[in-house]
Design a protein around this ligand. Sequence first.
Ligand code: GDP
Length: 193
Amino acid sequence: DSEIVLVGRSNVGKSTLMREITGHSVDTGQKPGVTRKPNHFDWAGPDFMVTDLPGFGFMNGVPEDVREQIKTDVVRYVEANADKILVGILVLDGKAAVDIIDRHSGPDEIPHDVELFHFLRDVDVEPVVAVNKMDKVDDEEERLNDICDRLGLYPPWQQWQETIAPISAKRGTVDALDEAVRHHLHEAGRDDL
Ligand code: GDP
């Protein structure tokens, strides 16, 4: 268990967050669907690796089958490496996530974000939901409670601070995520990091 993965739809701010927490600029110009090499993480401590997986969901000009393949690849990567992965950071766009989830909820449809959240739990990877772009959200409490509700976590969100981390990657406000991840490292006995 020496790896943290970052997953999320495209455009939620994963690259911005990677840059903020690792101090390294990541290649954002890669072709959709191409898995990036794992980037070394110097945020939680030495010998920890963060893997920034490709964004999935809607992307301008990317056909449906390619988008599906990207999501399948992300799921396969996590499944294949679940033994090594301690925490899975699911990055959401706090401004848009609830609307997107509601638009894609139906009798035959589970929204990607909700599916990924439950999938991480199923493979015993601790999920931490980084609710990004909070600088654009007016009623923060209401939004975070709605996100809890959509993920099947009983509100209020304050009960889930090791799981729900409101952040603004662009502003460099990522303390809540840092604390949530450290909580899981502590639980796993990785305080040395
Ligand atoms: P990625 O596709 O998930 O890697 O997303 P990017 O990191 O490329 O960010 C997508 C867009 O969201 C860019 O225009 C970023 O500047 C913007 N963005 C990222 N984080 C934040 C944030 O915390 N607040 C706001 N307002 N915009 C953000």
